[in-house]
Design a binder for this molecule. Structure first.
Ligand SMILES: Cc1cn([C@H]2C[C@H](O)[C@@H](COP(=O)(O)OP(=O)(O)OP(=O)(O)O)O2)c(=O)[nH]c1=O
Length: 585
């Protein structure tokens, strides 16, 4: 029997439950939902201290569980699900989060903390909608929510506690009890959805399905934007990310480098700029404009059509939306500079990866001719400009997401350390009308800023030249470190953080934006792959960053895992380190 008409809307779709919980399986199956079970490999090790409220932890864990399965299935199972459902149930009492007990003593600790008290059971749920595109790229749209149920336990005697623990029931259940079985005897009352306690808030789930993901619902602009970014990034990382699969699918190995080179070449020849200003050219006309052979140009145009970058109607070509939005050199979210950097710097370096791994040294001398060495060197003006263009691309793409990740209304002045062209600073100024932002970067970088005139200049953004490891930092009540710390070894991170802490007073903020590695360091691959080309620095997890920051008196206020390349954390300076050493220990 189908209990809810919404569930019947999922008929015919590949729905996957990313959970090993027999209770969730049972609840969804009894409701008439047809699905496959693919338990998530995501380890539930997020740092609880990073979350403001217990339900945020449950929702984030549910998201990570579902996304891990959604991303794994196309490669490991060779099929793409339509919908992946992940959930996480936790018990919260006296400010503590209780998950599944690790042993009997842990179960005792949990159950005795619940005895005679009311507590909350939160289940975070994440629904990932996967949209497969023509070129087999997958876009992910995320819907998440949580449900809270209050449960009151009777006073539990020691005998009762141990008898219950020895029954074995507590071990695979959050808080160490199962309300649906023997554990029901411990409960005085339940306020809220009973099934939520058992592991899945079925009623809330159906409401969400109805309002958020009915087939007619149009995706929000934000989602389209992220999807497109995801798509380009997937094109960029496709080659390396899929090497294991390449062992099994013989046709694939030769496809990936060709995909990337087609993208790089089209971008370098300014094909997308040309077709933006003059849509509807045929191959011969394009060849003439870009001064290339007709045969080669036709092949490149056709390859770009097959990748979804161009459209062709009766042998004439125009940009697809993806190219208009991201590949034109003057698009607001242009990746042009970044693609040039990948083509001319990253690609030659990565072709020497084997010796880089063997020798553990920089491969620049081997990868570049003398001429190119000069062009790509960060000490040359040309090399600097090229690098700045790449960083500008990334800052434009990620800027709004980072700038709007947190409520920053209490801050009046910010300082973006290593803020390069100011692209991120302008996003912050635009998103926060009361905020002035100083960009602090090396003199040579500030000098080259004339090449990056903002579309909407704002006199709340100013530039100061200096070296953040040596010079005095401008005073601000919020410091921004975006894509800086991963490039530094721990010793330099400590130098920088202590300089920031010295410049701060208690209550000042520090906004960190980086790729946060999964706590078990199994992903995301874009972070782990980037580490292959880093000489000094290292990729870190959110917990690792938190510990570094904590040792300088900064405590985590909020964390945001975004779907847009970089994640973000907001820290607050508790008090000067010397005063707070005791607390932090
Ligand atoms: C409080 C309570 C929890 N539980 C269960 C629901 C969940 O299965 C479990 C909480 O652990 P979870 O980590 O939410 O789920 P899981 O490990 O069982 O499965 P997966 O991570 O693969 O999704 O506790 C009960 O069965 N009854 C209860 O009364």
């Amino acid at each position: 029997m189908v209990l809810n008409p919404v569930i019947s809307k999922l008929a015919g779709k590949l729905v996957v439950l990313a959970s090993a919980s027999p209770r969730r399986l049972e609840i969804l199956r009894s409701a008439g939902l047809r699905f496959e079970v693919v338990p998530s490999w995501f380890k539930e090790t997020l740092d609880k201290g990073l979350f403001k409220a217990p339900h945020e932890y449950a929702v984030e864990t549910a998201k990570q569980k579902a996304l891990e399965v959604a991303r794994r299935m196309p490669f490991k199972h060779l099929k793409t699900p339509d919908i992946v459902i992940g959930a996480d149930t936790i018990v919260s009492v006296d400010g503590m989060i209780l998950e599944k007990p690790v042993d009997k003593h842990d179960a005792y600790r949990m159950l005795s903390s619940l005895s005679g008290k009311e507590h909350s059971v939160f289940t975070g749920v994440a629904i990932v909608l996967c949209h497969e595109k023509e070129n087999e790229e997958v876009d992910y749209q995320l819907v998440d929510f949580y449900e809270e149920t209050k449960v009151k336990f009777a006073d539990l005697s020691e005998d009762m506690l141990w008898e219950y623990i020895n029954s074995g029931e507590p071990m695979d259940k959050a808080g160490g009890y199962g309300i649906q079985a023997l554990g029901g005897m411990l409960v005085e009352y339940v306020h809220g959805d009973f099934l939520n306690v058992v592991g899945f808030p079925l009623n809330h789930f159906c409401k969400q399905l109805h309002t958020q993901i009915t087939p007619t619902a149009s995706p929000a602009h934000k989602v389209c934007f992220y999807n497109s970014i995801t798509k380009i990034c997937r094109l960029l990382t496709l080659f390396i990310e899929n090497l294991p699969i390449a062992n099994f699918v013989s046709a694939l190995p030769s496809t990936f480098p060709k995909t990337l080179q087609a993208l790089f070449t089209a971008s370098k020849l300014c094909l997308f700029d040309l077709l933006h200003s003059r849509p509807g050219l045929d191959a011969a006309q394009v060849a003439q404009e870009i001064k290339a052979s007709e045969k080669g140009t036709e092949c490149l145009l056709e390859a770009c059509v097959s990748l979804g970058l161009l459209k062709s109607i009766e042998k004439v070509y125009e940009n697809a939306d993806l190219a208009t939005d991201f590949l034109r050199s003057d698009a607001p979210f242009s990746l042009h500079g970044y693609l040039q950097h990948c083509n001319e710097t990253m690609w030659p370096l990565f072709s020497h990866l084997e010796s880089a791994v063997q020798e553990g040294t920089s491969q620049r001398e081997k990868a570049f001719s003398k001429h190119m060495l000069q062009k790509t060197s960060s000490s040359s003006r040309e090399g600097k400009l090229r690098f700045m263009k790449a960083m500008h691309s990334i800052a434009k793409i990620t800027g709004k997401t980072i700038a709007t990740a947190f409520d920053l209304s209490t801050y009046k002045s910010a300082c973006d350390l290593g803020g390069c062209t100011g692209a991120l600073a302008y996003e912050f100024a635009e998103a926060h009308p009361g905020l002035s932002v100083t960009v602090f970067d090396l003199p040579a970088v500030v000098e080259l800023n004339e090449f990056f005139h903002p579309q909407h200049p704002d006199n709340r953004v100013s530039f100061v030249a200096g070296d953040f490891l040596k010079d005095e930092l401008p005073k601000a009540d919020l410091y921004i470190l975006a894509r800086i710390l991963h490039d530094l070894p721990d010793e330099k991170v400590h130098i920088l953080l202590s300089k920031i802490a010295d410049a701060c007073t208690a209550g000042c903020g520090l906004l960190l934006s980086e790729i946060f590695l999964d706590e078990d360091r199994r992903g995301p691959s874009r972070g782990l792959l980037q580490a292959l080309s880093m000489s000094e620095g290292k990729q870190r997890s959110a917990t690792e960053y938190s510990l570094l920051l904590k040792s300088h008196g900064f405590i985590t206020a909020h964390i945001r895992h975004t779907d847009n390349l970089l994640d973000a954390m907001l820290f607050t300076l508790l008090q000067c380190f010397s005063d707070s050493a005791e607390i932090l220990d």
